[in-house]
Design a protein around this ligand. Structure first.
Ligand SMILES: [Zn+2]
Length: 462
């Protein structure tokens, strides 16, 4: 038996691991590479295996860096099952179709230019229809139930607490007399995060394949983060401007609505009109609303007592462009949540156009902003931005709330590993080299662990 590391090795995207058991091949994750344009070109490369050779796939959660290459694998001949949590299957239905749609748009745009230049036309990575073909292969599971998915392969999903439906995959392998258990952490959540349960502790493994995104960093505590957000909203009310919140549509958007409902009186949310200006955010919220039985205790209570924890009496859902445009007339009293999370596209840019030059407006940055994005420029205090060829001054107040993260920090990762008995061998993945090295050092020091920093193409016997 063997594991091959085929993605998210010394980087945070493109997760992909291949298990060989007897005559069978099992893939865990099939994620998109994300980042610079040049880096993303890799997504259309051949897979380092034949699509038809794979017998089954396990998917830990819906984020595209874990799931986004699945439709391409299906397009290239994969016809087997995809095992994942039920909520992940529902979220993938939204996210993979959206990815397909964006691929089509991007190819159309590129081909217009190519046609004018007389160059060969490009094909989208996959289309919306091809994403739908992949979705037909999904098999939804619940947490905690062991299922035999291939001869000699049993899988149990445990709650990873990262986004709705996110899972740690416990994979029990057997070949003749020989057996081994591999635990894939997937992405581990930030303990104490709203809505979701904390990452589940697991006692046994022969090999732990573990993420290391924040292996070198600690987050601000929740006890500091929530009052900070409450203060900003309360203070903005006296300034009488709008509050613009760029937010990732799956996860962060729902956390914001949940925080608003939980603190409705304390933060004076009733004095505002709240707009969720994102069709995908609305659909993702519907999926969150459906899967109440995997909420944490507090969210279950809130749901039981007051109905959906994302529903506010003053919440407006803007699905079509007309709804979105009508918000532009509001000069004060609106809290607007819109994508994209790093302000690189989406409706948030339109709201910037109408608000960013106003002194009374507020921009609340609640998520990670990568270098080179408009969101990052705002965090770094830029005084001017360019939107659709027009230069605008930034007069709005930009607030950055650092404590909201969907990932465990260094202590969270160490604590999760610490639950395993007997310090099993650990392979670090899904992290920049620096973060991995710091975490590896800690794991060796605190737990005397045998740590591997996985390299692309590396194979380990199990
Ligand atoms: Zn993730």
């Amino acid at each position: 038996m063997q594991i091959e590391f085929l993605g998210a090795t010394r980087e945070v995207t493109g997760s992909c691991f291949l298990l060989h058991v007897g005559n069978h091949k099992l893939l865990v994750e099939c994620g998109l590479v994300q980042g610079s344009r040049q880096h993303e070109q890799k997504n259309s490369d051949p897979f380092p295996f034949e699509a038809e050779e794979i017998d089954a796939i396990i998917l830990t959660h819906a984020h595209l860096d874990h799931s986004g290459r699945l439709p391409l694998l299906v397009k290239r001949g994969y016809t087997g099952p995809v095992y994942t949590h039920n909520a992940t299957a529902d979220l993938c239905a939204i996210m993979l179709q959206d990815a397909g749609y964006l691929n089509e748009k991007e190819a159309q745009w590129e081909n217009k230019k190519r046609e004018r230049k007389g160059l060969e036309l490009v094909e989208p990575l996959y289309t919306r229809d091809e994403a739908r073909d992949a979705l037909k292969l999904f098999n939804g599971l619940d947490y905690g139930l062991q299922q035999e998915i291939l001869p000699g392969v049993k899988v149990t999903l445990r709650d990873a607490g990262h986004i709705l439906g996110s899972a740690i995959a416990e994979v029990q392998l057997a070949e003749g007399e020989h057996s081994a258990k591999v635990v894939f952490s997937g992405d581990l959540g930030h303990k104490g995060a709203p809505i979701l349960c904390d990452p589940e502790a697991i006692a046994h493994a022969d090999l732990v394949v573990m993420e290391s995104t924040y292996g070198d960093r600690m987050h601000r505590s929740w006890d500091d983060t929530w009052p900070e957000m409450g203060d900003i909203i309360s203070n903005a009310k006296s300034a009488k401007g709008n509050i613009l919140i760029p937010a990732f549509t799956v996860g962060r958007t729902q956390e914001l609505l949940y925080a608003f409902k939980s603190n409705f009186e304390a933060w004076g949310i009733g004095d505002w009109e709240v707009f969720l200006d994102s069709p995908m955010g609305i659909e993702a919220t519907e999926v969150y609303t459906k899967h109440t039985k995997i909420y944490d205790e507090h969210a279950q209570e809130l749901n039981h007592r007051d109905g959906s924890p994302f529903d506010l009496p003053n919440l407006h859902l803007s699905r079509d462009t007309q709804d979105s445009m009508s918000i532009n007339q509001l000069k004060s009293g609106a809290i607007i949540i819109a994508g994209s999370g790093m302000c690189t596209g989406g409706r948030i840019k339109h709201h910037f156009k109408y608000n960013i030059w106003r002194e009374r407006a507020h921009i609340l940055i609640v998520g990670f902003q990568a270098r080179g994005t408009l969101g990052r420029a705002l965090v770094d205090g830029t005084k001017h931005i360019r939107l659709w060829g027009e230069t605008m001054q930034v007069k709005a107040k930009v607030h950055t709330i650092g404590g909201l993260s969907a990932h465990a920090d260094q202590q969270g990762l160490l604590d999760w590993y610490g639950y395993f008995q007997g310090s099993p061998r650990v392979a670090l993945v899904h992290g920049e080299a620096g973060a991995m090295e710091v975490l590896a050092g800690k794991l060796r020091l605190d737990y005397d662990a045998d740590v591997l920093l996985a390299e692309f193409g590396q194979k380990l016997e199990l």
